[in-house]
Design a protein around this ligand. Structure first.
Ligand SMILES: [Zn+2]
Length: 491
């Protein structure tokens, strides 16, 4: 489906064959050589996306794979000249602009084909570090990588030039009526909730004793099916806290109160949005949540609270419905219940001699395990995500605010590219991302950023974690018109 017009130049792409080929080659090559490092980005491999991104012929899974597997050069590294042989930031920006201006084929013709720059150096203009294993190889060896770099840059949503300042951000907040808010772990960390999917957190280091080859196996559905106790040994540590919410959750609630919140897509499973009073109709929990749980055997569903007791004790919760059925089964006439012993002979449960067919063999009945409805690696994402995004939000949204996520994990990572390109996008987080262009980057503690935005918008915003007399200092990030750093004065 045609979601948004590509930047100019798409139609001038006369000779895509070489590039497409090159991308395929690189996919196989890079995937193979870096196959062991890609655990995070392929999280959504099981998801059935009904939408397409607005990128050309590229496959998102591959893209996000490279995102993680390839070493990225940030713009500030280019600016500071710390990567030997790389473009300067000015050169890089000029190359990027030129690409969007004339299209992929003409750009390749003008650069590589005319030998005006090497492929190795050109990769750096698009933020890709030439990998060590290609060192010393002829420049042609970098072509596949460059093809990916060019493709990725070209499909990137171009920044809207008219939005840059804090005042622009405040005005957008005030004027917008249908805001899509994308949130990630960063909005809950001020409550002491670990970013448990990230490898760098303490939580994962606590998992070493579980003997897992990769800590993410805790959230692997195959591991869960084999031994649910692995997950339940740590589940109590990530169980939602009651009645707490961060100022950022409060900000989302405020948008709702002002009638401006279209949808909050959250990657968090902590369900804290509910604590803040965001109504469930406004929330899509992209990775599910602890709010409900389902029996893995009979699909019996219960409220999350029903199993929290077991979870807190570190016990594997069992399905009551299964238990009931097993108990009823036990009352049924004998002969319907037989077990095949390990040597293949039959053994009557209570009495022998009854005639029975082998078809009636059965396993010792055990109740199913209750699995919280959070999305594990290898599981499909909730349908609600794509449905709401495409059939509800896309036509209504007038502002996108991304808070506390590095947007590296699908499907949320795809959202900025799926929504109409003319809709302004604001990014609020500690560190900027380089793989997606936002119109305005507001960097710092997201609780501080949102409370300052409210102050400037003239909105009353109260939260116990925000001192009423808080003063926030905002400085422009050198070299960027639209990037601003927020810091509490005296902090
Ligand atoms: Zn059950």
């Amino acid at each position: 489906m045609d979601l948004a017009p590509a930047p100019n130049g798409e139609s001038s792409l006369k000779n895509p064959v070489v590039e497409v080929e090159a991308v395929d080659m690189a996919s196989a090559e890079v995937e193979e050589s870096l196959a062991t490092e890609n655990t995070v980005a392929i999280e959504a491999e099981g998801s059935q996306s009904e939408y397409e991104t607005d990128s050309d012929d590229s496959d998102w899974d591959d893209q996000s794979l490279f995102e993680d597997a390839l070493q990225v050069i940030r713009d500030d590294q280019l600016r500071d000249g710390v990567v030997p042989g790389a473009c300067t930031l000015d050169e890089a920006i000029a190359f990027r602009n030129r690409l969007h201006e004339i299209g992929k084929a003409a750009f390749v013709e003008e650069t590589i084909a005319r030998d005006t720059v090497t492929a190795k150096k050109l990769c750096t203009a698009f933020g890709i570090m030439p990998p060590g294993f290609l060192e010393g190889a002829p420049d042609q060896a970098y072509h596949p990588l460059l093809a990916i770099a060019i493709s990725r840059e070209f499909s990137r949503r171009p920044k809207l030039p008219q939005y840059n300042s804090i005042d622009d951000a405040v005005k957008l907040l005030q004027q917008s009526k249908n805001i899509v808010v994308l949130t990630g772990a960063g909005i809950s960390t001020s409550l002491g909730i670990p970013d448990f999917r990230s490898k760098d957190t303490g939580l994962y280091s606590q998992l070493e004793h579980l003997g897992l080859s990769d800590p993410q196996e805790v959230f692997d559905i195959h591991v869960f099916r084999e031994d649910p106790s692995v997950f339940f040994s740590i589940a109590k540590d990530i169980l939602p806290t009651e009645n707490k919410y961060s100022p950022t959750h409060g900000f989302i609630r405020l948008l709702q109160d002002k009638g401006k919140l279209l949808t909050n897509y959250t990657q968090n499973i902590d369900n804290i949005e509910a604590n803040a009073g965001v109504v469930s109709e406004k929330i899509v929990q992209c990775h599910g949540s602890f709010a409900t749980a389902t029996c893995v055997k009979c699909q019996h569903k219960v409220q999350g609270d029903d199993i929290f007791g077991d979870i807190k004790k570190g016990v594997v919760p069992q399905c009551l419905s299964c238990q009931e059925r097993i108990a009823q089964d036990a009352l049924k006439p004998q002969g319907m219940k037989r077990k095949r012993s390990t040597n293949g002979t039959h053994r009557g449960r209570k009495s022998d001699g009854e005639d029975s067919s082998e078809d009636e063999d059965y396993e010792i009945p055990t109740p199913g395990v209750m699995k919280p409805d959070i999305t594990f690696f290898g599981e499909d994402l909730p349908d609600e995500f794509g449905r709401r995004l495409l059939h509800h939000d896309r036509d209504l949204v007038d502002l996108v605010i991304v808070i506390g996520t590095s947007l590296k994990v699908a499907p949320v990572a795809e959202v900025p590219g799926i929504l109409p390109r003319q809709v302004p996008q604001i990014y609020i987080s500690r560190t900027p991302v380089s793989h997606t262009s936002f119109d305005i980057d507001l960097l710092g503690d997201c609780d501080v950023v949102v409370s300052e935005l409210c102050r400037r918008a003239g909105w009353e915003f109260k939260h116990e974690m925000i001192p009423p007399d808080e003063k926030v200092d905002i400085t422009a990030v050198e070299g960027y018109e639209s990037r601003h750093m927020f810091k509490v004065v005296g902090a």
